[in-house]
Design a protein. Structure first.
Length: 130
């Protein structure tokens, strides 16, 4: 089985500073690390809707780098610091998942990796043979 690290240009700082890949393709599977509402300069995006949207946009960036789409995602796990935001997450999720829907687990947490972060999304995609 082959392994390919997926590191979009806008996420090289993550790979260099924190020593992890935004995603790894292992055979036919793509494992996307938790994406949060941070911009390319590592700044936390302000506002819940903007932050959640940015997290989904970061997933999109990783998918595009791997020549994939949201239709390829088979599993999604989201982490929210406030489960009352679940409807907002659903509304934003619907902007990205149009044709096929993944399994989804939503988890309430007390904190995420950086102060100010309120949402994180982790995905697994099936890409098929290369």
């Amino acid at each position: 089985m082959s392994r390919i690290d997926i590191v979009p240009n806008s996420m090289k700082v993550i790979n260099e500073r924190f020593h992890y890949s935004p995603a790894v393709r292992a055979g036919d599977m793509l494992f996307i690390a938790g994406q949060v509402g941070r911009d390319a300069d590592m700044n936390v995006v302000l506002g819940k809707e903007a932050q959640i949207t940015q997290a989904f946009e970061n997933v999109k960036t990783v998918l595009e780098e791997a020549s994939a789409t949201f239709d390829d995602i088979v599993e999604m796990v989201t982490y929210q610091t406030d489960m009352r935001d679940l409807q907002l997450v659903i509304d934003i999720k619907e902007r990205y998942f149009k044709n096929r829907y993944p399994t989804w687990t939503g988890v309430g947490v007390t904190a995420l990796s950086t102060p100010g972060l309120e949402f994180e999304i982790k995905c697994t995609a099936y890409l098929g043979p290369k």
